[in-house]
Design a protein around this ligand. Sequence first.
Ligand code: PLP
Length: 265
Amino acid sequence: MTEINSFPQALTIAGTDSGGGAGIMADLKTMQECGVFSTAVVVAVTAQNTLGVQDFQALSPKMINEQFQSIHDDFDIKACKTGMLADAEHVQLVYDNLQKYDFGPLVLDPVMVAKGGAQLISDEGIDLIRTKLSQLATIITPNMPEAERLADMKIESQSAMLVAAKKIQALGAKNVIVKGGHGDTETVRDLVLLESGENFWMNSPRIETIRTHGTGDTLSSAIVSSLAKGSTIKEAILFGKKFVEAAIKNTIQVGHGHGPLNHWA
Ligand code: PLP
């Protein structure tokens, strides 16, 4: 008889995207493609498409606690991630549940603003990610604006990226990736700062496309998938970068705006 729960399982704690390109939808597609069974705690529901976020609503604390309980009672979750968390109350709820249950290493994607400009979390929620949730992060994956907010500084050079990464690590996150995709350089340079203090750059050619919706979700989900399958932190980060690069290269023509990536790249 096949052993129950022998298949690698992961969890995403985030918001949905009715347009299918970002949030939990991107997470599930990515994990599926990476050979991992994915479960999800829906924190918020967005009305969204490739043109932008039209509206969102967070679920009740009761529903969120129940989802955590349901997943805990049945699955053997080896790694998890957080994405859109909406507001401070929900960041606190997620923090409490992650203290209560062991879902393995946490990849914290500190989602703040969607590419179209919609704010996906309140300022108080961001403050709580800084002061509390980041303490639970095995890996935190801010883009440049998010890193600036978390480190409370301007990042105007590559050396400043390292200073910011160290400040974010000092908040409690063990490993930090500062994503360079928001710049305009020909090469995208992501900085990785590991728990050991080792740091290195992950370079990739900038791909000129507006079809980058859900890039952050895809990266963090690919990393979580790799961790769920037993990779080391460094292996998982390098795998995530490769996966997202291929997904951007092969974007598909769907919708009229910032279209989705190709998760089966
Ligand atoms: N919607 C949800 C629910 C998300 O979690 C995210 C990002 O994590 C986005 C939208 C933003 O996607 P993007 O900024 O890549 O368009």
